[in-house]
Design a binder for this molecule. Sequence first.
Ligand code: GDP
Ligand code: MG
Length: 296
Amino acid sequence: MFGPVGIEAVLDQLRIKAMKTGFEFNIMVVGQSGLGKSTMVNTLFKSKVWQSTVPNMDVPMPQTLELHSVTHVIEEKGLKLKLTVTDTPGFGDQINNDKWESLDINEESWDPILSYINQQYEQYLQEELLITRQRHIPDTRVHCCVYFVPPTGHCLRPLDIEFLRRLCRTVNVVPVIARADSLTIEERDAFRSRVIWVPKAELIQQNLKTHCIDVYPQKCFDEDVNDRLLNSKIREQIPFAVVGADREHIVNGRCVLGRKTKWGIIEDSHLQDLKDITHNVHYENYRVLRLNESHL
Ligand code: GDP
Ligand code: MG
C-alpha cells in the first residue's frame, strides 16, 4: 500500500510545511543607552530589507524611550521569515556611573524588560489554555536577547552581572561587546591580531562562569558530539564583537554592512535551536510556575 518513504521525502515534506507556515523569530536588544542598540536594529533590517537604500548618516538616531518592536517579513527562496526586533530604552540610564560599579542596585531598572519577556510567555500560555486553541498560536516570545556590554573596562560590571543572572533564567542571552571599533588604535591593532581581545573575552567568559550566567548556547542542551563541537567553537567567541554599521563598506567590490557576519553566525545555524530552547525550557519553566501558582 505504501511506497518506500526515504528520508529525502520526509525532509521535503518538512520543507514544504515550513514554507507554508513561515518562520517567526523574535530578538530583543538590551543594554545601557548609547551602546548602539538602535543602530544595530536599523542595520539588521537595512541589510535584509532595504539593501538598495543608502543609510542616511545625517539624521541622528533619537534616544529610545520605551520598548518598541519592529517587524518585517523577509522572503528568501520562498520561505517567509517574520523577524521582530524589540528595541529597549537604555537599561540603567537613571543610574550614575558609580552605581554601575557598586552593588547598590535598583531592581526597577530591569523591571520593564523582564516584564515584557514574561508578558509574552503569559500571552502564549493564555492562548494555549483556551478550550478551542488556535492551530497556530502567534509567537511573540523573545527567542534571543542580545545583551550589549560596553567596550571600555575589562570585565562585566556588577549591574551587568546581576541583570544577566536574572535574564539567563528567563530567556536565551547572547552577550556582545558593543561599538567594538571605539577601542584605541593600539587596542584595535591588537584586536585585529587577536592579542588583546582574547584575554578580554576570556575575562568576560570567566565572569560569566563565576557568576553562573548560562548564556546561549547552554552546555546542558548539547545533544551530541556534533553539537558539542560546533557550540564549543561559538562559546570560545563569546562575547561577540559588534560594530554598528551606519556606514556601508565596500568589500570585494560589494557594498556590505559591518556586522553582517557576526549576526550570521547566530542567525543562520541556530534560529530553530533558539526557538526550541525558548519553548522547551524558558517557556516551560514559566508555564510550570504559573500553573502551580494557580492551583494553590
Ligand atoms: P542605543 O542607545 O544603544 O540605542 O544607541 P544608538 O544606536 O542610539 O547609538 C548611539 C550612538 O552611537 C550613535 O551616535 C551611533 O551612531 C553610535 N554608534 C552606534 N553603533 C556604533 C558602533 O558600533 N561604533 C561606533 N563608533 N559608534 C556607534
Ligand atoms: Mg536606542
